[in-house]
Design a protein around this ligand. Structure first.
Ligand code: IMP
Ligand code: MG
Length: 180
């Protein structure tokens, strides 16, 4: 039987090491660099979670890119989506006629990425694709296509490498499965 302290100490089970993360990003960076050669690519990072992945990704790319950020809220501090999405920081660049790649930390239900794709799509970019560090299939509600994914998992709540649980664990260099 669990003791009281077992129940309040979350368990962190390793999913990807620092080295494995680097390999995954290098692979996706080769693809993106080939696909966008001689184009004007703008990476749009989704704050806060994607900032670690985005900063590593741009240094693996072999093409010049520009950067912008958006911030949305959908989660509160729990582990499942409320389904309600609100833009809390808008783009600062004009994205019309640019090649845009939305960069997410993790896609779960797909509601956030679907909402963002519709919003950015309405600003008439030349092209719009999506990239995520982790593609989690468990609770997918929207039939969105993720164009580039570094790692796919079926289920579980993940933390580290920018991913948080109630703002904790973002600083961890690896990805862990959080068992509450
Ligand atoms: P979605 O709208 O359900 O696809 O969720 C997207 C957002 O929820 C992500 O950008 C994350 O910020 C957050 N999220 C979803 N799953 C996880 C997870 O396993 N760990 C940490 N954050 C998550
Ligand atoms: Mg996010």
């Amino acid at each position: 039987m669990n003791t009281r302290s077992d129940r309040i100490m979350p368990e962190l089970i390793p999913v990807l090491t620092r080295e494995e993360i680097k390999e995954r990003i290098a692979g996706v960076a080769v693809q993106i660099s080939q696909d966008y050669e001689n184009r004007e690519l703008v990476l749009v990072g989704v704050l806060k979670g994607a900032f670690v992945f985005l900063s590593d990704l741009i240094r693996h790319l072999t093409i010049p890119v520009q950067l912008d950020f958006v911030s949305v809220t959908s989660y509160g501090s729990g582990t499942s989506s409320t389904g309600e999405i609100r833009l809390t920081k808008d783009l600062s660049m004009d994205v019309s006629d640019k090649d845009i790649l939305i960069v997410e930390d993790i896609v779960d239900s797909g509601l956030t990425l679907q909402w963002l794709s519709e919003y950015i799509g309405s600003l008439k970019p030349k092209s719009l694709k999506t990239c995520t560090f982790i593609d989690k299939r468990e609770r997918r509600e929207e039939q969105i296509s993720v164009d580039y994914a570094c790692h796919t998992v079926e289920e579980g709540f993940l933390v580290g490498y920018g991913l948080d649980y109630a703002e904790d664990y973002r600083y961890l260099p690896g990805i862990y499965h959080l068992k509450l």
